[in-house]
Design a protein around this ligand. Structure first.
Ligand code: MF3
Ligand code: CO
Ligand code: CO
Length: 273
């Protein structure tokens, strides 16, 4: 009876239950993840002084659609654009706009989520309009390290809290604030699935990771205070409360029988464990 119940649940979800993806679903999600990462590579040479975030968003939407996919954000809970582009003190969910034009010294996150054959892939990374300040460069480096330390905690039997604990410890050691009002999430069959993947916490808290789970790790790290406020006018743009810089990197990760596979890594940066 227990086993049967488990079998029926494979590849589906009861409310609040973390979906164990089937091999077929994993392959579909892997393809979508690769496309999302390719989109981030594609846009890199276009991230230049004088370009608007509206122009970048349009190029990304065309790239995604030309590859047979749909940009997941567009229309998601009323979100108006294909991607999120978050500059400097914007923590996440920056809405691309003709009025936001890149200038020297800017740091920005571009976040792409694709739906390919019904499967979701979600990834983001930071770009710099050189030259940037030493303080900004330090923030980018430590934020990427936070993502990597989070990923290193992914293995069957470990708890989700271990991811948050590793990230929080590293960020705090550098005097940075960790955003706790937004988190990572299960992903693959839907945009946002259980569980919430916190970027703060304690190693023995949270659900246990199991092979076939797929989720994002996407730490948002602030130069100053952790708190963020959401723009009342647009209902989306999240900014640091002290208007200091924020950075974010995001990967979609699969729990394997022995460790992890970073599904949005197309550069071989994270050999599967
Ligand atoms: N891609 C974002 C994430 O990492 C979510 C964006 S929601 C949107 O979860 F509506 F703003 F697109
Ligand atoms: Co995400
Ligand atoms: Co994302």
């Amino acid at each position: 009876m227990r086993n049967l119940a488990r079998k029926i649940l494979r590849g589906r979800s009861r409310k609040n239950e973390i979906i164990i993806k089937t091999p077929e679903q994993i392959e579909g999600i892997r393809r979508s993840c690769r496309l999302a990462a390719e989109a981030l590579d594609f846009i890199e040479p276009h991230v230049q002084e004088g370009v608007s975030t509206d122009a970048l968003d349009r190029m990304l939407e065309e790239f995604i659609r030309d590859h047979g996919a749909v940009p997941a954000p567009k229309g998601y809970r009323g979100y108006p654009r294909a991607t999120c582009i978050s500059l400097n003190e914007v923590v996440c969910h920056g809405i691309p706009s003709e009025r936001i034009v890149l200038k020297k010294g800017d740091i920005l996150n571009i976040d792409v989520t694709t739906i390919l054959d019904g499967y979701y892939g979600d990834t983001s990374r930071m770009y710099a309009v050189e030259p940037i300040s030493d303080a900004a460069r330090r923030l980018l480096k430590v934020t990427k390290e936070c993502l990597d330390l989070g990923i290193a905690q992914v293995r069957p039997g470990n708890r989700f809290g271990a991811i948050g604990a590793a990230i929080e410890t590293h960020a705090r050691a550098h005097g940075y604030g960790v955003v706790y009002q937004f988190c990572g999430h299960g992903v693959g069959l839907k945009f946002h699935e259980p569980p919430d993947v916190m970027h703060v916490g304690r190693p023995h808290d949270g659900p246990v990771m199991k092979p076939g789970m797929i989720f994002t790790i996407e730490p948002m790290i602030n130069e100053g205070k952790s708190r963020v406020t959401v723009d009342a006018a647009d209902g989306w743009t999240a900014r640091t409360i002290d208007r200091k810089l924020s950075a974010q990197y995001e990967h979609t990760v699969l729990v394997t029988p022995t460790g992890y596979e970073v599904l949005t890594d197309i550069h071989g940066e994270y050999p599967a464990t």
